[in-house]
Ligand binder design. Structure first.
Ligand code: GRF
Length: 202
């Protein structure tokens, strides 16, 4: 399966997805890394790893027009799936609809807890025993789509938002390639898909 990854920042989840794809039995290949920020550090790594990259700044553009530019690049690369990996843009419902059931996101909390930003601060402030990460299908509501997989991470005494974020990243880097692989390898199996859609009540 051909996957496009969208990033805005450092791209450590992108790196985890790229390196998992080097395994001969990985069921997906990364055909494009795209960004709204030409300076996103992850783009350099993707390029150095021989992956096609694309960047188009969103500044001064209507949201729908920028989404359309990204959509065109993703399609030109022949991608069948989109993996958001720290892509810091709210997507238009039209763009989301184009990729319904084929766009995944990773979020640094145990959803449905802590949608949006500052997830680790909120988990600490609430006195939670665990933080974690979730991979979910993208729907028009922010961080709200059907959850495909989660990994919990223990919070330890003395944790700050930064130390917890760093530990959750380890979990993210395991979780995302595993769930993406699972999802794409089963997507074309009609029985599995039907069961999944029913279970998720899509
Ligand atoms: C990750 O914490 C991810 O869960 C969130 O954005 C962050 C991206 O980090 N959506 P990185 O650029 O992959 O290191």
């Amino acid at each position: 399966a051909k996957v496009a990854i969208l990033i805005s920042g450092s791209g450590t989840n992108m790196a985890a997805l790229l390196y998992a794809a080097k395994h001969p039995e990985c069921p997906y290949e990364v055909v494009l890394v795209g960004s709204n920020d030409p300076a996103a550090a992850g783009l350099q790594l993707a390029k150095a790893e021989g992956i096609a990259t694309f960047a188009h700044p969103h500044k001064g553009m209507e949201r729908a027009a920028h989404d359309a530019v990204m959509d065109e690049a993703i399609r030109a690369a022949d991608a069948e799936y989109v993996a958001l990996a720290g892509y810091m843009r709210i997507l238009t419902p039209e763009f989301v609809a184009q990729w319904e059931g084929r766009m995944l996101n990773i979020h640094p909390s145990l959803l449905p807890k802590y949608k949006g930003l500052h997830t680790h601060e909120r988990a600490l402030a609430a006195g939670d025993s665990h933080g974690g990460a979730s991979v979910h299908l993208v729907t028009a509501e922010l961080d709200d789509g059907p959850i495909l997989g989660q990994m919990s991470v223990a919070i330890i005494p003395g944790d700050s938002a930064d130390t917890l974020a760093a530990r959750v990243k380890f979990a993210e880097h395991q979780l995302y390639p595993t769930i993406l692989s699972d999802y794409v390898s089963r997507y074309d199996n009609p029985d599995w898909l039907l069961a999944k859609v029913e279970a998720l009540a899509l």
